[in-house]
Write a protein that binds this ligand. Sequence first.
Ligand SMILES: CCCCCCCCCCCCCC(=O)SCCNC(=O)CCNC(=O)[C@H](O)C(C)(C)COP(=O)(O)OP(=O)(O)OC[C@H]1O[C@@H](n2cnc3c(N)ncnc32)[C@H](O)[C@@H]1OP(=O)(O)O
Ligand SMILES: CNCCCN(C)c1ncc(F)c(N2CC(C(=O)NCc3cnc4ccccn34)C2)n1
Length: 409
Amino acid sequence: EKEISIDALAREVQESLSLAKRHKFWETQPVGQFKELGDSSLPEGPIEPPTPLSEVKQEPYNLPSLYEWITCDMGSEHMCNEVYSLLTNNYVEDDDNMFRFNYSKEFLRWALHPPGYYKNWHIGVRVKSSKKLVAFITGVPARLRVRDDVVNMAEINFLCVHKKLRSKRLAPVMIKEVTRRVHLENIWQAAYTAGVVLPTPVTTCQYWHRSINPKKLIDVGFSRLGPRMTMSRTIKLYKLPDQTATPGFRKMEIHDVPAVTRLLRSYLKQFVVAPDFDENDVEHWLLPKEDVIDSFLVESPETHEITDFCSFYTLPSSILGSPNYSTLKAAYSYYNVSTVTPLVQLMNDALIMAKRKDIDVFNALDVMQNGTFLKELKFGAGDGKLHYYLYNYRINHVLNASELGLVLL
Ligand SMILES: CCCCCCCCCCCCCC(=O)SCCNC(=O)CCNC(=O)[C@H](O)C(C)(C)COP(=O)(O)OP(=O)(O)OC[C@H]1O[C@@H](n2cnc3c(N)ncnc32)[C@H](O)[C@@H]1OP(=O)(O)O
Ligand SMILES: CNCCCN(C)c1ncc(F)c(N2CC(C(=O)NCc3cnc4ccccn34)C2)n1
């Protein structure tokens, strides 16, 4: 008997209300519209054809007169600091405003400088007089496969409007401007995620959290002491060994890129939507970077074959109201492949490595085959949902999270 909690019911109501909501901007965009739901006669694939480049709007969209566009060169220390500060103070918070993502500067440079990136897809809005950065949106190029179709897309992220400039319809202008600049590079599709319901999710994923430092998590209000549980019993429940269990488990290194690319490409084939990674992509997205991305593999001690892979990225959150702690150190499961080592054992070794890096909580979405290890490794379902979207590409059947082979940052 599934326990129906009041707030789960409230969320269901909220989400169904959002289906009824008017979306004055999104109704104008080439995205699946709510009223089309269930109409599977519409063909899958691009919703609108490409526009001849000569017909793409050449000049930027108009901003309110006080503001101007600025291309943010993340390689510039000063500009990167400004972007970091804007996000640190104004980016995504949880519903109770207890936490706010605190992407580090190194993380932002990693996220925004993949192979083939376009500097002018890193778009800021600043106040003409003070030069203060007040809004941001980014795109990076990505080759994504949707079923058997490999499509050049833009991955859109870090949409942020300063708290003082909210609800002024600035976001639609930011979105139209990044769309325009992507079109100028002859790219017509995009992928993005959001915690909010918009027209129309390809799929909706659930976050799961594995406590690593339960005492701190309870102290800051991230989690609560379970019923009939004491603190010492909780600490014992989540205790992890210091040593990993899998023979041949080690950090990924540059010479592993060809083998990891083969392993990952073969594994991702089973999913409806997945990145079409080549060796350059794997080198950028999966080679370890201190405090940004950690990746490990299993090299068979007998055959020296690489049989398994796991990775997580580090995304801390500012703790907004705690007297004892200022930062929640969170790791997010990224791409994992198991062909010999059971996935649950591989992921337990990932948890052990996260604990060694002083991580407080290990987060995972219920995408790919993550559902097979979450409960066994003592993950708890979070209340955060992540909706995945495609722009100008229709997929008829809203996918199961397990059909999705894509993790965005
Ligand atoms: C081919 C290439 C295509 C490239 C583009 C592909 C699309 C990319 C799309 C972007 C992917 C971003 C991926 C991420 O970064 S997800 C993370 C988003 N960032 C945050 O949540 C940070 C904190 N919040 C803010 O900074 C602001 O609240 C934002 C900037 C989010 C909205 O600012 P504000 O609160 O001041 O609102 P408004 O008055 O200006 O505008 C209201 C309109 O904006 C629609 N809205 C609200 N939130 C989102 C959202 N997260 N995605 C898309 N649309 C959103 C909303 O439905 C309404 O439209 P409609 O309902 O009336 O129609
Ligand atoms: C692929 N792009 C994902 C980046 C994160 N995006 C945009 C996001 N969108 C909605 C969410 F539900 C969410 N969750 C992470 C889970 C979580 O840890 N929840 C508690 C918590 C701790 N710190 C924060 C900061 C902000 C929000 C929740 N926080 C829930 N993440």
